[in-house]
Design a protein around this ligand. Structure first.
Ligand code: COA
Length: 338
């Protein structure tokens, strides 16, 4: 008889620690007024963003990831040697190869870990959480470190006012281990991920890969920077974040009342309001920090999760609903009891 036909019991999985890091340098809306034809009023009204953090020129994605990882390791009360898998979600890797996770492994001294990266843009952290849940749930790993880290300032076109006002740099991390399986104890209750590859054009860095190799002309035309069809992205973001969160709520039987806090992707206040209204979640149950950091891609929901988890807005046993959306298109959600 084939093993796969045997009944298979998955192990419960829990988030046991989180951490985050943002660079020191602040770029305010009034700073941007001096760089492109924009205004503080427009940015605030259309996005809710007041400032974002920008990494130092010599600060890499793995440097930021390392700081977030160290905070998560300390918060979890483990040692780097305990980690047997590191997953870094990023679209701004230190190098094409090796993976950014390998640099992080060396920097934190996680000598017993395997390490790989995943690319799912702003949904990347929750794609990483889902991957970690599979490894631990199937008994393939005991302790997994998931990090989302982005130096988006590196791929932003600082002359394009329709995108440069939106993005920032930062990193967030979580440590996952086997949970107790007991009611009220920490647990990842459910996860959802999805993609629509027909919509790759809506949010893209077109140049620099095999489809459009780096040439002097491409560099001159800034084809290695982020290009976005903002209105269309907005519409899909609202629809897919709502649908992903709803499917997860239906699957787990969770209602809006059961959720203590929603931690959404921090792209745009209007997107967050539209999604949470459609989910029947009141504003006081929504965690927002985009005014401080802007959109840090996959790191946004990871940083917000860490800040929420450390805040007095939640207590042990509460359920947090995380939901994200990004280039690909991709979307993801997770219900996590802390
Ligand atoms: N400052 C001032 N004006 C700006 C501007 C800026 N920074 N950026 C764009 N505008 C102008 C446009 O040129 C346009 O002018 P026009 O009407 O003369 O052509 C006008 O503002 C409206 O542009 P529009 O794109 O319709 O604005 P919007 O209300 O859709 O807001 C975004 C633009 C980018 C804020 C919004 O579409 C958005 O947030 N989209 C989703 C982005 C996102 O979340 N991306 C990441 C997903 S992970």
């Amino acid at each position: 008889m084939n093993d796969l036909t045997q009944p298979f019991k998955r192990l419960p999985v829990a988030v046991i620690g989180t951490g985050s890091y943002v660079p020191e340098r602040r770029l305010t809306n009034s700073d941007l007024e001096k760089m492109v034809n924009t205004s503080n009023e427009w940015i605030l009204a259309r996005t809710g963003i007041e400032e974002r953090r920008i990494a130092a020129a010599d600060e890499t994605t793995s440097d930021m990831a390392t700081s977030a990882a160290k905070a998560a390791i300390e918060n979890a009360g483990i040692t780097p040697e305990d980690i047997d898998l590191i997953i870094v979600a990023t679209i701004t890797p230190d190098t094409y190869t090796p993976a950014t996770s390998c640099y992080v492994q060396a920097k934190i001294g996680a000598v017993n870990a395997a390490a790989f990266d995943i690319s799912a843009a702003c949904s990347g952290f929750l794609f990483g959480i889902k991957t970690a849940v599979q490894y631990i749930g199937c008994g393939q790993a005991k302790t997994v470190l998931v990090i989302a880290s982005e130096k988006l300032s590196h791929i932003v076109n600082w002359e394009d006012r329709s995108t440069c006002v939106l993005f920032g740099d930062g990193s967030g991390a979580a440590v996952l281990q086997v949970g107790t399986g007991l009611d009220e104890d920490p647990a990842v209750l459910a996860t959802d991920i999805g993609s629509d590859g027909k919509l790759t054009d809506l949010l893209i860095v077109p140049g620099g890969g095999t489809a459009m190799p780096t040439t002097e002309v491409n560099i001159h035309e800034k084809l290695y920077t982020l290009a976005m069809r903002g209105n269309e992205v907005f519409r899909h973001a609202v629809q897919h974040m709502r649908d992903s969160a709803l499917s997860l709520m239906e699957r787990t039987g969770l209602t809006a009342d059961d959720i203590a806090l929603v931690v959404p992707h921090q792209a745009n206040l209007r997107i967050i309001n539209a999604v949470t209204q459609r989910l029947g979640i009141p504003p006081e149950k929504v965690f927002i920090n985009l005014q401080k950091y802007g959109n840090t891609s996959g790191a946004a929901v990871a940083i917000a999760f860490d800040e929420a988890r450390r805040s007095d807005r939640v207590k042990k046993g509460d359920i947090i609903l995380l939901v994200a959306f990004g280039a690909g298109l991709t979307w993801s959600s997770a219900a996590i009891r802390i």
